[in-house]
Each structure stands twice: as structure tokens, then as C-alpha cells.
Design a protein around this ligand. Structure first.
Ligand SMILES: Nc1ncnc2c1ncn2[C@@H]1O[C@H](COP(=O)(O)OP(=O)(O)O)[C@@H](O)[C@H]1O
Ligand SMILES: O=C(O)C1=C[C@@H](OP(=O)(O)O)[C@@H](O)[C@H](O)C1
Length: 266
């Protein structure tokens, strides 16, 4: 019998700045967990991304692995499920076999290779693995900055899964706008950046913004579409979330959660 152990954890996240338009991205970790365990045995995964990761490690001489994924993040949601699953799997393998790996970077490279991401989504991978707020330049797999998460806020999420087709060309036409929004985020004006990004991405991709406007009227610090959708988020001061939750609950399944502060160095 093999030793049973707890597995490796990574987190979901919400967008500060979507990296598709300018390659500059920023994301904030939220307390939605993924846990992955592996043990030696017959490969049991069908998923493209997980297979890409297992193939990579088998090429490095790691034996065939059976994988168990537990996830609180709906897949294809805009809530960074793919980064969390790939980080946790890579992290689990690295720990099990004592490998020295830059986990979010490898996660980004392999998600690009598997075709589940447009830019590699290093912004999402860094927030998902390290916690806090990430700032990255995905074109060069470069981490610009990692910051502690803001304190005393509540995150309200309208959980939706199932992505539509994304018009990358349309998003890329707004490069200059999103580069400015990224600069605003880097200056520490996080809520402003999240709000501008979340509204602009929704408008460009053709998602309604009435829920966002309602959340902002009801006191949210920021609200918008997360990632490329279809989930929406709102961030409020702790204690002010009631009216926003009420507005979100009229639209579907709501999760109320917290931000995750920096939990790991790398
Ligand atoms: N519970 C899970 N088990 C296995 N793979 C998962 C799971 N959740 C997400 N994934 C992986 O992540 C991909 C979804 O990524 P993506 O569409 O970018 O969504 P998100 O915006 O949530 O990251 C799936 O195709 C799959 O490869
Ligand atoms: O595919 C990518 O490279 C990205 C997809 C988006 O996230 P989702 O996959 O959560 O929609 C975006 O927010 C991120 O900055 C980069």
C-alpha cells in the first residue's frame, strides 16, 4: 500500500486585468480550492491539460500516475479553474518526486501547449499558486510583481461555466486601453482597474453589464466579468455585501468568499 497524503492545493481567482488584449495581466486569488493527489498507477485522465502535464513529466522519467482532482471551481468559468488544476498537479508531482520546478511558469507553458489558454495565463497561474495579486507580462512568461491581497473585503461571485467562442482579434484591438488599465492597477488603484477591466471585457465580448452596474450602485468597490466570462464578480467592504448578494442571487448560483493573501513565495 502506498502512503496516503493530503495532496497539493491551489486556488481560484478573479481578474484584475485580462491579458488577452495586451499580454499584460493581473489576477487576485480567492478562496475556492483545488486539491490534487497522485499515486503511481495506470493513467486515468482524459483531459487535454492534465495529459499534457503527465506527458511532460513522463518524458522527464517520472512514472505513470493516477490522478485525483477535487475542485470547488466550476470549469470553463473565468474563475481560473485551469490554472488551479494545473498548478496543483504540477506542484503535487514536484513534491512527490523532489523536483525543483517554477510551478506557475511551467503551468503557463503547458496550458499554452495544451491549447487551453491564449497567452499561457501566467497572471492567473501566479495568483492561483502564490495567493495575493499577480502582475505579469505573459508574452515573456515574466512576473512583474506580486502583492499582498487587500484586507477586509468580501468577494461575491455569480458562478457560471461553459465558455463561448472568444474573438481574440476584437480583444487585441483594445491593446492600448488595457495597457492603461494595467498601469492603473500597478499604481495600486486596484478597484478602479478591476472595474474598468470587468466592464470593458463584458462590453467587448457582448456580455450584459446591468448586473455590474447594479452591484456598483449597491456599494461594490469593483464588479465585472471575470476572465473571458461567463462568471461575474463583485468585491465589497466586509459587512457591505448583503445588497450585492441579493442582486446576484436573482441571476443564478452565488458563492460568497474571501480573497487569499500571499501563501507561497514561488
Ligand atoms: N475539475 C477539473 N478536473 C480536470 N480538469 C479541469 C477541472 N477544472 C478545470 N479543468 C481544466 O481546465 C480547463 C478549463 O479552463 P478554462 O476554460 O480556461 O476555464 P477557467 O476560466 O475556469 O480557467 C478544462 O478544459 C480542463 O482542462
Ligand atoms: O487564456 C488566457 O491566456 C487568459 C484567459 C483569461 O482568463 P480565463 O481563462 O479565466 O477566462 C484572462 O483573464 C487571462 O488574463 C489570460
Amino acid at each position: 500500500m502506498e502512503e496516503v497524503h493530503g495532496g497539493m492545493q491551489a486556488y481560484g481567482g478573479i481578474s484584475v486585468v485580462n491579458a488577452l488584449p495586451s499580454w499584460y495581466g493581473s489576477a487576485m486569488a480567492v478562496d475556492m480550492k483545488v486539491n490534487v493527489r497522485v499515486r503511481e498507477g495506470k493513467r486515468n485522465v482524459q483531459d487535454l491539460l492534465l495529459n499534457e502535464i503527465l506527458n511532460y513529466f513522463e518524458r522527464q522519467g517520472i512514472p505513470e500516475l493516477e490522478v485525483e482532482v477535487e475542485s470547488e471551481i466550476p470549469p470553463g468559468s473565468g474563475l481560473k479553474s485551469s490554472s488551479a488544476v494545473s498548478n496543483a498537479l504540477i506542484g503535487e508531482i514536484a513534491e512527490r518526486f523532489s523536483l525543483n520546478v517554477d510551478i506557475p511558469k511551467l503551468s503557463a507553458i503547458l496550458s499554452l501547449k495544451a491549447g487551453v489558454s491564449f497567452t499561457g495565463a501566467l497572471d492567473d497561474a501566479v495568483a492561483s499558486w502564490c495567493g495575493g495579486v499577480s502582475f505579469t507580462y505573459n508574452k515573456e512568461f515574466k512576473v512583474i510583481k506580486r502583492e499582498r491581497a487587500p484586507r477586509d473585503v468580501t468577494v461575491v461571485i455569480l458562478e457560471r461555466s461553459g465558455k463561448g467562442k472568444i474573438d481574440l482579434g476584437k480583444l487585441r484591438a483594445f491593446r492600448a486601453l488595457f495597457q492603461e488599465i494595467f498601469a492603473i492597477a500597478l499604481q495600486g488603484r486596484l478597484w478602479e482597474a478591476m472595474k474598468l477591466n470587468g466592464i470593458a471585457i463584458a462590453e467587448i465580448l457582448g456580455f450584459p453589464t446591468d448586473l455590474v452596474e447594479e452591484a456598483l450602485r449597491k456599494g461594490a468597490l469593483a464588479s465585472g466579468l471575470s476572465g473571458n466570462g461567463p462568471s461575474y464578480f463583485a468585491v465589497t467592504r466586509e459587512g457591505d455585501e448583503g445588497p450585492v448578494i441579493e442582486a446576484f442571487e436573482k441571476r443564478g448560483k452565488v458563492r460568497v468568499t474571501r480573497v487569499v493573501d500571499l501563501v507561497r513565495g514561488n
